[in-house]
Ligand binder design. Structure first.
Ligand code: LMR
Length: 402
């Protein structure tokens, strides 16, 4: 039977990452996968995570199964982080959270549950969106539709395009929203645009899934949650899929969550039972270690403070790298406007580089980036930024006639 299996192309993101690893050039630069790298090009374990692991090691512990939806203190930790203390403790708002193996699993659980329990058939997502989004939802049996997102230059938002394309969305369709630090573009709606989008979603009776993979990378842990909190405060129900891969640097531990927010205790209980039965048939119950680290940090005031400080340092460094990159490009190409890179947020930017130019960067300069033009700003550092800018200048400059 296996002989009939066709060969799949490599994954658009991890395939390139694998090519990068095989490149023997000692000067190679990795701007592909969304992983934070420090000044030395390394992805260190955060100090608060190391400390939490140390504490866990000293406890007696057990490796017995977790509940299907994870440990209660982990669930509360996610709920408070996403909703903020006020909404989390409000007697009008009821939320239930479950621990999932990373953001990908929570997105898939959301899709499975919406289709199976509520008969949702279609999900709308921005064009472009994270390369895995359409695959996750097609695999969950949903039809994927796109709403327009970028302006004609492909570096900022065209909000009218967003609202116009959603005019053909039907009541009961799902809509996937990047809460902050849009992947792959770094282009986010403004707070006013979020309010309008929220109104439109409620008026058209669409169901939102907020993908929240970058809390803390935009402006702060609190203000990055604005799109979700604003939507709920205005009376909307939502699913939130969050990940601790990036903001805890726990990529390989696969730790995230799904949170459903509604307005009645019984409804919340029923949704929790549906989330649990969806999980039970997919992976049964979540892995322990990453969730224990997150719970330990979130529930200890001193460790939590250390986490917030470390996360802020990461965010500030990425903003600083954006500035350095723009200054260096502006010096090399004064007629070209790179200021959009400063308006984009988070790890990623749509650089304006084409697929062909990305191929040249890879083949001739050993600089790896996605063919969509997405670059991981966090892959830059003081020692490689000059080389990146020189190479970008070469591929972006018009060829001069001899
Ligand atoms: C990315 O977009 O590079 C990351 O979210 C990693 C992944 O799983 O694709």
């Amino acid at each position: 039977m296996f002989q009939s299996a066709p060969l799949n192309p490599p994954d658009a993101i991890f395939g390139l990452n694998a090519q990068f690893r095989e490149d023997p050039n000692p000067e190679k630069i990795n701007l592909t996968v969304g992983v934070y790298q420090d000044e030395l090009g390394e992805t260190p374990v955060m100090a608060c995570v190391r400390e939490a692991e140390q504490r866990l090691l000293e406890q007696k512990g057990s490796k017995s199964y977790l509940p299907i939806d994870g440990a209660p203190q982990y669930q509360d930790g996610i709920g408070k982080l996403i909703l903020g203390d006020e909404l989390f403790h409000s007697d009008q708002v009821f939320s239930v959270s479950a621990h999932t193996p990373g953001g990908t699993a929570s997105l898939r659980v959301a899709g499975e549950m919406l289709r199976r329990v509520f008969g949702v058939k279609k999900i709308w997502m921005s064009n472009p969106s994270w390369a895995n989004h359409p695959k996750i939802y097609e695999s969950a049996g949903l039809e994927v539709e796109r709403y327009g997102y970028l302006d004609h230059r492909g570096t900022g938002i065209d909000f009218e395009k967003v609202t116009t394309s959603l005019e053909s969305a039907q009541s009961g369709d799902a809509i996937l929203l990047h809460t902050v630090c849009h992947n792959p573009t770094g282009v986010d709606p403004s707070p006013e645009q979020w309010q309008k989008l929220g109104q439109l979603i409620r008026q058209r009776d669409l169901f939102p899934i907020f993908d929240f993979a970058y809390q803390g990378f935009g402006e702060s842990l609190e203000s990055d949650a604005y799109p979700i909190r604003n939507f709920i405060e205005a009376g909307g129900e939502a699913l939130v899929c969050n990940s601790f891969s990036k903001n805890f640097g726990l990529y390989a531990e696969r730790v995230g969550g799904i949170t459903a927010v509604t307005f009645g205790a019984d409804t919340a209980k029923a949704i929790q039972s549906q989330i649990k039965s969806t999980i039970r048939t997919m992976y049964s119950n979540p892995p322990l270690h990453g969730g224990s680290i997150v719970s330990t940090v979130l529930n200890d005031p001193e460790l939590r403070q250390r986490w917030e400080t470390e996360l802020e340092q990461i965010r500030i460094r990425i903003v600083d790298l954006r500035q350095q990159f723009v200054d260096a490009m502006q010096d090399r190409m004064p007629d070209h406007d790179f200021s959009y890179i400063l308006r984009q947020r988070g790890m990623f930017s749509y650089s304006g580089i084409t697929g062909e130019q990305a191929d040249i960067l890879r083949d001739e300069f050993s600089i790896y980036m996605l063919r969509s033009g997405r670059i991981n700003i966090a892959g830059m550092n003081h020692s490689n930024i000059g080389r990146i800018c020189d190479a970008f200048t070469q591929v972006l400059s018009p060829v001069k006639e001899a």
